[in-house]
Write a protein that binds this ligand. Structure first.
Ligand SMILES: *[C@@H]1O[C@H](CO)[C@@H](O)[C@H](O)[C@H]1NC(C)=O
Ligand SMILES: *[C@@H]1O[C@H](CO)[C@@H](O)[C@H](O)[C@H]1NC(C)=O
Length: 794
């Protein structure tokens, strides 16, 4: 016992040690303290020394001192943006040797004092109140610097010199509201960065001469271009764009937050068309004014992809079809026009090079690209979030798109009417997204034959009917958030490997599913109203047979919904026994149990002589019943003895050593004919005398007794006809078994008594003797003893 205890104790200690180490390990890698938006006026003093990431952004902190962060020797990332810091001495970080990310943007910094720091990879000083660029000589040593955020209201060529030799990945330059006076157009010439983002003053009309064509830049982003008053068509900005041509490396141009006229917007497009730029993206555009129709020159372009996001226009009287034409005839591969109020798109007038079109989040209708044969190269078309209504029109639209592989028409109001003509999807389609529409079961009668990925989630499907043709290529089917009552049968989708069918109305999924869908690698079927009964048990078992990675969301999103007492129980904890679910098994079990009991009882009978006990008990109860019913007068007869004992001389040894001592020790008075013999009378007379003076007569039966003694009694019973009267007063003890044949045929009374089996059997086993004597004494009836005593005294 001691040994087991101590080994458990050791085990526990080892376990705790491992646990501790694990915690330390995970602490070692990262320890994040987030006190953002905590109303702080100072850097908190209670920081853990283990802190590696500290976020104290969006507070009211106005000062950063060495003592604030001195002890945080592990600090790697410090975010202090959106505070009120006005002055910074970079030497406060001299003890934070690990520091590599420092965000001080959106403060009120006007000045910094410098100190050599070499480890910084990310330093953000943008959106502050600096007049001149906050670039120290020491920055030149920050060879690891990847990002530098700056702000200034005044640029000087010389300010940039210290970092001219660094290869910075991205520079963000925010120009303050008062920027613009005494500009030096060449001030950014020495900047050495792959990517440059310049934020112009938000409120000012664009009238800057800054040359943004930094020779090292591959990517350029310009924010806040406001150009509405300039009648010369935004000459300043045109000037800026025209200089981009000098940098042949520049391939990405992004314009953000543009407020201008329709005319100038087209001008910008046209200008960029003729530069080296390959990827052009414009977002958040506010347009006004009229549009003069003019020729758009598509020739001589490097452009591969154009994307236009979020256009707001406060003019409705312009010729929209002109703009649609400009877009549809673009000779580039990728075009995105998203989040505009575009209501239509026309067919390109000749074979279009479009591979990828994203027209999501507009107001396009079923008329889009109707009967359009010039999009034969198009591979991907996204019409998500538009006003599409009739699936048949869209199917028809794809008919001529011979290369179309991916179509997204999710988040529309699509319905499918089976009666509406033929269903001729382009055969090239591999991936079709029709989620979040109002499609019903009928959609399965109209699916692209080679589709591999089909998204139909969030529609109104109640049942998956057999599609018109087998969808043998279908690998991924999403029918989540519909009203399906059953899992599909993979007969028609023989390649199905991913099934998403959560949030439907499946209550008793079929256990045959995995049999039918052999190729399933992943199934997500949670959040269904599972009915936890015997049928479900088989399904849960079949889940157990596949690997757990296959069942997504298991076990958390799989719960019983009914019956009421199981509601909310996770399926993994739902157990009903095999027995209560299987009737045959139940019957067999009952049969086996009964058989088992029978065998046990039989064994008990044989082994422990149960019948003997049962007979003894029976006689006991009989005796008691008789005793209760015994008439009182009988007891008042003059009786001298409780019992008379008759036995064969051969059995006298047993009578004297067993019977007499056992009865007499209970004060039972016995009449023995040898002891109480009256001389001068015959044996029979003596016996009769004894019988008549005794309440009970005990006969010790054995073969000897029958041969030598019984003859007297046959005679006696016959003569006195006392058969009935005496019957109750007879007690037969069967000392040895008496075979029926050994009883002479003239002994009618004995045969009768034996046949009734009303005798007490003398058991050979000593353990049973107690019960035997108790039974015998009860037969003699204790009540009588008191009576007899009274009689004695009279
Ligand atoms: C077009 O867009 C697709 C999808 O965003 C992209 O995978 C592909 O590389 C783009 N092609 C070009 C030339 O930009
Ligand atoms: C289908 O489009 C929805 C958005 O409408 C998107 O969430 C889902 O991931 C898309 N499905 C596939 C398979 O790309």
């Amino acid at each position: 016992m001691m040994k087991t205890n101590s080994s458990i104790f050791h085990f526990a200690i080892i376990f705790m040690l491992i646990f501790e180490i694990r915690i330390q390990l995970s602490n070692e890698s990262e320890f994040l303290v987030n006190r953002s938006k905590a109303g702080l006026f100072h850097v908190p003093k209670d920081l853990s020394l283990k802190t590696t990431i500290l976020d104290i952004s969006q507070n009211y902190i106005s000062e950063l001192q060495t003592s604030d962060i001195l002890s945080l020797s592990k600090l790697r990332i410090l975010i202090v943006s959106h505070n009120r810091i006005q002055f910074l001495d970079i030497s406060v970080f001299k003890f934070n040797q690990e520091l590599e990310y420092l965000d001080l943007s959106h403060n009120e910094l006007g000045k910094i004092s410098c100190h050599p720091t070499v480890n910084l990879k990310h330093l953000d000083l943008s959106f502050n109140a600096f007049d001149d660029l906050p670039i120290c000589k020491e920055f030149g040593n920050m060879s690891q610097l990847e990002f530098l955020g700056l702000s200034a209201t005044h640029l000087q060529k010389s300010s940039v010199l210290p970092i001219a030799s660094l290869h910075i990945r991205k520079v963000l330059l925010v120009l303050g509201d008062t920027y613009g006076e005494k500009e030096d157009p060449k001030s950014l010439q020495n900047l050495n960065t792959e990517s440059l983002h310049i934020v112009f003053p938000r409120t000012k009309e664009f009238s800057f001469t800054l040359d943004v064509s930094v020779s090292t830049a591959i990517s350029l982003e310009l924010s806040n271009i406001k150009c509405i008053l300039d009648d010369n068509g935004c000459s300043y900005f045109q000037n800026v764009l025209s200089k981009l041509q000098k940098n042949s490396r520049l391939s990405n141009l992004t314009l953000n937050n543009i407020e201008t006229t329709w005319s100038f917007f087209i001008t910008i497009l046209q200008m960029v068309w003729h530069t080296n730029i390959e990827y052009f993206s414009i977002s958040n555009i506010k347009l006004q004014g009229y549009l003069n129709l003019r020729y758009f020159d598509y020739s001589d372009t490097s452009l591969k992809a154009l994307s236009i996001h979020h256009v707001v226009s406060d003019v409705f009287s312009l010729s929209q079809s002109y703009i649609y034409k400009i877009i549809s005839n673009m000779n580039i591969q990728n075009v995105t026009v998203s989040g505009t109020h575009m209501v239509h798109m026309v067919c390109p007038s000749q074979l279009s090079p479009f591979l990828y079109l994203d027209f999501s989040n507009n107001l396009l209708t079923d008329l889009v690209f109707k009967n359009c044969g010039t999009l034969a190269k198009l591979e991907t078309l996204n019409l998500q979030m538009n006003q599409l209504k009739n699936l048949a029109s869209i199917v028809n639209m794809t008919k001529e798109m011979k290369s179309l592989q991916q179509l997204d028409i999710s988040q529309n109001s699509l319905k499918y009417d089976e009666n509406e003509g033929n269903c001729a999807w382009t055969r090239s389609l591999l991936s079709l997204n029709m989620s979040s529409n109002i499609l019903t079961d009928s959609v399965f009668r109209c699916l692209p034959p080679k589709v591999k990925v089909l998204d139909l989630h969030n529609n109104r499907i109640r049942n998956i009917p057999k599609p018109i043709m087998k969808l043998e290529a279908l690998q991924e089917l999403n029918v989540a958030s519909n009203s399906l009552a059953h899992l599909p049968d993979c007969g028609t989708f023989s390649s199905l490997s991913i099934l998403i069918i959560d949030s439907n109305s499946i209550s008793d999924p079929s256990a045959d599913f995995f049999q039918s869908c052999q190729k399933i690698r992943s199934i997500r079927a949670g959040n269904n109203p599972f009915q936890c009964t015997c049928e479900l048990r088989e399904f849960v078992q079949s889940l157990g047979q596949v690997s757990s990675e296959v069942i997504e969301g298991w076990p958390d999103s799989y719960q019983c919904d009914s019956p009421e007492n199981y509601k909310g129980t996770p399926l993994k904890d739902f157990h009903v026994s095999q027995l209560s679910c299987n009737t045959t098994l139940l019957l067999v079990t009952i049969g086996v149990t009964v058989l088992g009991l029978t065998v046990i009882v039989t064994a008990l009978c044989i082994y422990f002589d149960l019948p003997w006990y049962l007979r003894m008990m029976y006689q006991w109860t009989q005796t008691r019943r008789r005793a209760r019913n015994a008439p009182l007068e009988e007891l008042q007869r003059t009786l001298q003895f409780h019992a008379f004992i008759s036995y064969s001389g051969h059995d006298s040894a047993w009578v004297k050593s067993e019977l007499l001592p056992n009865l007499e020790k209970e004060d039972i008075r016995i009449c023995l004919h040898e002891r109480n013999f009256v001389p001068g009378k015959s044996i029979v007379e003596n016996i009769i005398n004894c019988i008549e003076k005794s309440y009970k007569s005990i006969f010790v039966l054995s073969p000897n007794f029958i041969q030598s003694e019984w003859c007297h009694y046959e005679l006696y019973f016959a003569h006195h006809n006392l058969f009935h009267e005496a019957f109750d007063n007879l007690i037969l003890i069967l000392l040895e078994p008496i075979p029926q044949y050994s009883i002479p045929s003239s002994y009618h009374k004995l045969k009768n008594l034996m046949a009734q089996r009303t005798y007490l059997e003398w058991p050979k086993e000593k353990s049973k003797h107690g019960l035997f004597w108790a039974n015998l004494r009860a037969s003699i009836n204790i009540k009588l003893m008191e009576q007899a005593k009274k009689i004695d005294h009279t």
